[in-house]
Design a protein. Structure first.
Length: 148
């Protein structure tokens, strides 16, 4: 039964993480550098998008697109690493601020996954009716936490 409950809770959290309105769900540390990192990542993603657009319009060549993309992706990776170091211990921001929060949740360690679940909802497991076999989702109540 525990495995079924865990699967049910994880799938519910994955569905919540897949929604586009994830920003602002929980309070994040008020660190100006963290905000700056997010702005810099957005800027680098914009450069990649512009280069792809220029390539499609035949303004630049493939090697130029590759050079721009490689440089921007390296900068984004470095910024992501810095963001992880600055928010170490919370683990929460590495999932909630990820480009793909569902994949970040799936790849996270158990402690981080538990932090995300605690931040997003409360889970209450009710007694299972006697004599009934199999998992019954009505025996698990998942209540979303109020947004920050």
């Amino acid at each position: 039964m525990r495995e079924h409950i865990n699967t049910y809770v994880v799938e519910t959290i994955r569905a919540r993480l897949a929604r586009p309105d994830l920003s602002g769900v929980v309070a994040t540390p008020d660190n100006p550098r963290l905000r700056g990192i997010s702005d810099e990542i957005t800027m680098h993603r914009g450069r990649i998008a512009r280069a792809q657009s220029d390539y499609d319009a035949e303004i630049i060549e493939g090697r130029d697109l590759k050079r721009i993309r490689d440089k921007a992706e390296a900068a984004i990776a470095a910024l992501d690493a810095e963001r992880s170091r600055l928010s170490a211990g919370t683990g929460l921001s590495t999932v909630l601020d990820a480009t793909d929060p569902v994949a970040a949740f799936d790849d996270a360690d158990l402690g981080t996954r538990r932090s995300v679940i605690r931040a997003l909802c409360t889970v209450h497991v009710h007694a299972h009716p006697r004599g009934r076999k199999g998992f019954n989702p009505s025996t698990v109540t998942i209540t979303p936490r109020a947004q920050a």
